[in-house]
Design a protein around this ligand. Structure first.
Ligand code: CDT
Length: 307
């Protein structure tokens, strides 16, 4: 018996500052309809999918940025997305900025089942960029000002007939993200991203953005015997070019589907979740081969120590 999950990576092109949430939701609903015609059961949208990537601007008073955050989910603007998905019988994953009743700000992703219930919430763990205004940059990447790093860690949820995990953008560059989920038997990791092509601290990395994106997600998939669905908000947003190249990766580390444009685009793969066990039960049989007793530094130490 195979456990097949048809998943769609629903890449979005740019969302400009002046674009409303309602417009973004309409674009996502159009992708949901296309996904339905392609028999998708789960559709993955990018990080901060409802608005422009606002951490590219700094405001002295963070309260002035409150309008970029969601205080409830579903919200009035996103209710049509939830309704459409439920009507079509498709689940989805959505990234957005969350402002809690206690005033905490998280970069958040939710997983919604086919009946419209929110089954899981993930809050970004690795927050990249900088905390203070850096006026000499051509654009800011002030995620560390706008978002608190979550201490909840990486969960895995039994849903969609399998074990589903989530991570957001910069999390995909850290092997620990995948491994913590791998140790919970993850079979599919959903990851939205906003990755500017121009990396201000070291522009020599600009030409390698696509390579690094594929490198980290393909190796994370292979080393943990899991599918990875990486979904971009790409294209030129407020003058900043974002990486597209959304992809669905199998537990072999191979790319099964990849977008060809830098705009709204859906790519689909039919994923046999049992394929994961060809890796989880052989080369990456964690129980047999891992040596946690010699990995202690990984959890006891943050930076490098030199003798
Ligand atoms: N959104 C996000 O996490 N982007 C980062 C950019 C790093 S450069 C500050 C990424 O890892 O793609």
């Amino acid at each position: 018996m195979t456990r097949n999950l048809v998943v769609g990576a629903a890449q979005l092109g740019p969302i400009q500052r002046s674009d409303s949430r309602e417009t973004a939701v309409k674009r996502m609903i159009a992708l949901l309809h296309e996904a339905h015609s392609k028999k998708c059961e789960l559709v993955v949208f990018p990080e901060l999918a409802l608005t422009t990537f606002f951490p590219r601007w700094f405001v002295d008073d963070i309260a002035e940025a409150n309008h970029w955050y969601e205080t409830e989910m579903p919200s009035v603007a996103t209710a049509p997305l939830f309704d459409a998905a439920k009507e079509l019988g498709i689940g989805f994953s959505l990234g957005y900025a969350e402002l809690t009743p206690g005033g905490e700000r998280y970069n958040t992703q939710i997983l919604v089942e086919r009946d419209g219930t929110v089954v899981a919430k993930y809050r970004k763990v690795h927050i990249p960029g900088h905390e203070h205004h850096e006026p000499d940059r051509p654009f800011q990447h002030a995620e560390r000002y706008y978002f608190k790093p979550s201490d909840d860690g990486f969960g895995v949820w039994k849903s969609f007939g399998g074990r589903i995990g989530m991570m957001l953008c910069n999390d995909r560059r850290w092997p620990e993200s995948y491994r913590v989920m791998g140790l919970q038997g993850v079979e599919m990791i959903l990851c939205g991203y906003n990755t500017p092509i121009h990396y201000v601290p070291d522009p020599t990395q600009d030409a390698l953005q696509g390579f690094h994106n594929a490198l980290v997600m393909q190796s994370g998939a292979y080393q943990n015997g899991t599918f990875v669905v990486g979904v971009a908000k790409g294209g030129v947003e407020e003058g900043v070019l974002g990486l597209a190249e959304s992809s669905i990766i199998g537990p072999s580390g191979e790319i099964l589907a990849k977008t060809a444009t830098i705009d709204d685009e859906l790519v689909v793969a039919s994923c046999d979740l049992d394929w994961c066990y060809q890796y989880k039960n052989t080369l990456f049989n964690f129980d047999l081969y891992r040596r946690p007793e010699v990995y202690r530094r990984i959890t006891q130490q943050r930076g490098v120590t030199l003798d």
